[in-house]
Design a protein. Structure first.
Length: 201
């Protein structure tokens, strides 16, 4: 994200100058650095941080991780640079949308799905299913990637589309698209897990 060579997950989320500015802006830099270990793995640091933060801080931490990852991905594939304010605003919007969706989900009665209506194979309990597809435009010299994630109750979670340049052959384009979406799913699953720590409404 800051265009330094060999940027790994730890650098991207905790050591990149833009990420550091984001953590300062949302007021989490001091709590994070209290337990952050530069020699530990990204996963180890995330778990240590989650044990240290309170519920509200965990929510903000999770959505900010997601927003930083989105910015880094957008920088790599679209050469688009966002301000730290935009990254933080996106995180805030995601958290607000998630809370609103949970409110609606609890207020809306659930309807059972009959076997005759079932056309999509659900993932096992506690897991998500991601459907990915790719399109190829010779005229625009680019590859389009789209994904849709649903949970084990067939509820829509997120969707994402993006373009990549230059045009690739079908096998490479779909493989690269799947790789990018897998990274996105991993980060998003972290965010959902963190948000699940919020007390039920």
């Amino acid at each position: 994200m800051c265009e330094e060579f060999g940027e790994d997950s730890t650098h991207l989320f905790f050591m990149c100058s833009k990420s550091v500015t984001c953590w300062h802006r949302i007021g989490l830099w001091s709590p994070l650095m209290t337990v952050f270990d530069p020699d530990a793995s990204f996963q180890t640091n995330v778990f240590a941080i989650l044990q240290h933060l309170d519920q509200q801080q965990k929510q903000v931490f999770g959505v900010t991780l997601w927003s930083i990852w989105k910015h880094g991905n957008n920088k790599v594939w679209n050469n688009a640079t966002e301000t730290t304010q935009a990254i933080c605003d996106d995180a805030g919007s995601l958290l607000t949308s998630w809370k609103n969706a949970q409110t609606i989900r609890h207020l809306t009665p659930r309807h059972s799905i009959t076997q005759s209506d079932m056309k999509w194979l659900k993932p096992s309990p506690g897991r998500f299913k991601c459907n990915v597809d790719a399109s190829f435009s010779h005229a625009q010299n680019r590859v389009g990637i789209g994904m849709c994630i649903r949970d084990d109750e067939c509820h829509f979670v997120p969707a994402k589309t993006e373009w990549m340049t230059p045009l690739l052959d079908v096998d490479l384009g779909e493989a690269l698209g799947l790789y990018q979406q897998c990274i996105g799913c991993v980060i998003y699953s972290w965010v959902l897990w963190i948000l699940s720590l919020i007390p039920k409404l």
